[in-house]
Design a protein around this ligand. Structure first.
Ligand code: UDP
Ligand code: MN
Length: 379
């Protein structure tokens, strides 16, 4: 049984086949072919018919290998020339098409914008640096959450620098952690109880931070209580040196709305909107939330031929209402260095409403202390 099994087993056949092929590879004619005996000598084969079959098998095997190779070669060749996937999904790397428009007076040469758009998509966006002074009062959570959620909708990169007075509060830290916006939570050590200094020292702490870390982006002072459109933040990235726009605001009396900011011809500033008589003394009629500038002016003033050497700061020595103009005078020489943003300055992008309620109690931890004070009992 064991010997029969061995004879029939494919392994045995294969072994025989290989041996025979090895012997035949001497390329001697079949009639003179010899098999090697155990002593290494050749002798005439006593099994010539068997040898013929073996040769036949070898030839067939050789042919089979050849045809297999040929088959795989052809298969590989066709697989190689068939495109995989959808070629349309690859970016079009062809050079842009030139579009020539002939006219009597000039020839305009344009290029296909598609490739340009693809390249500009790869360029990193300018960093926006939003500076918000804030302090603990009843509406703070509402204001910070509202602004944070808006900033979250702005295309990154955006850095929100939130500056508190005296100490960083747990409540503010909690809100910032949850907004999902990249932020820095700073504290100013300058102690000031003068009302006209609202936010001045906090903004200066942020300016110092930007100068120290050489942050490169567009700086915008966004108080926590103002109302902003998303469009405003999108338009900031087009600013090169100093951009300004008109802001709608409630007059101090709160019984009328006024407009403050530039009058423009395209992006050129040609005049100012202002309603208050005393403001005639100001050089520039811009609200704190009505301008933004390039942060490199703070730490590389030579590059911008800045009228003042460093450090550029908000002043706590000037009369109320003069903080903006005295700051802007350090950043630009005149209107020619300003950019009306967006061009023509005809859109109102944010509102300064002075809605703060300073005397409303600040709830620690945003928790109600007397949660169980039931006014109306449940029946
Ligand atoms: N602010 C502050 N500490 C203060 C008063 C104001 O940090 O003691 C902040 C306030 O949160 C806001 C900015 O400074 O972001 C401007 O303050 P406010 O809105 O009172 O000024 P106004 O709008 O009347 O100029
Ligand atoms: Mn305000």
């Amino acid at each position: 049984m064991a010997s029969i099994r061995r004879t029939l087993s494919p392994a045995r056949h294969e072994r025989l086949y290989h041996n025979e092929a090895a012997v035949s590879s001497s390329f001697t004619p079949a009639s003179q072919r010899h098999l090697q005996n155990g002593n290494g000598k050749y002798q005439s084969s006593p099994h010539l018919p068997l040898f013929g079959v073996q040769t036949l098998l070898w030839r067939r095997g050789w042919r089979r290998s050849f045809y297999r190779c040929l088959l795989f070669f052809i298969l590989g060749f066709f697989l190689g020339i068939i495109p995989f996937g959808n070629i349309e999904s690859f970016p079009d790397l062809k050079p842009p098409l030139a579009i020539v428009q002939a006219n009597d007076n000039y020839v305009a040469l344009g290029i296909d914008k598609k490739l340009e758009d693809q390249i500009s998509e790869l360029e990193p966006e300018k960093l926006l640096i939003i500076v918000t002074p804030t302090y603990n009062r009843a509406f703070q959570a509402y204001f910070l959450n509202r602004l944070g959620q808006l900033l979250r909708l702005v295309k990154p990169p955006l850095l929100w620098i939130v500056v508190e007075e005296k100490a960083a509060s747990f409540e503010t830290a909690e809100i910032l952690r949850k907004t999902g916006v990249m932020y820095r939570h700073l504290v100013t050590t300058v102690n000031s109880s003068i009302v006209k200094d609202r936010g001045v020292h906090q903004r200066n702490a942020a300016l110092e931070h930007m100068g120290h870390h050489k942050l490169d982006g567009i700086v915008y002072f966004a108080d926590d209580d103002n109302v902003y459109s998303l469009e405003l933040f999108e338009s900031l990235r087009s600013i090169s040196r100093f951009g300004t726009w008109p802001v709608a605001m409630l007059a101090a009396s709160k019984n009328k709305a006024i407009l403050e900011g530039p009058v423009c011809n395209g992006s050129q500033v040609i005049g100012w909107h202002t309603n208050e008589k005393s403001k005639g003394l100001r050089r520039f009629h811009v609200d704190m939330s009505g301008f933004a500038f390039n942060s490199t002016i703070l730490w590389d003033p030579k590059r911008w031929r800045c009228p003042f050497p460093n450090p550029i700061r908000q002043l706590d020595t000037v009369k109320e209402g003069f903080q903006e103009t005295t700051f802007i005078e350090q950043v630009v020489e005149d209107e020619s260095q300003m950019e009306g943003t967006p061009p023509s300055c005809s859109r109102i992008l944010n509102w300064h409403l002075h809605l703060d309620a300073r005397n409303v109690v600040y709830p620690g931890g945003w928790l109600l202390q007397k949660n169980l004070d039931v006014v109306l009992p449940i029946k």
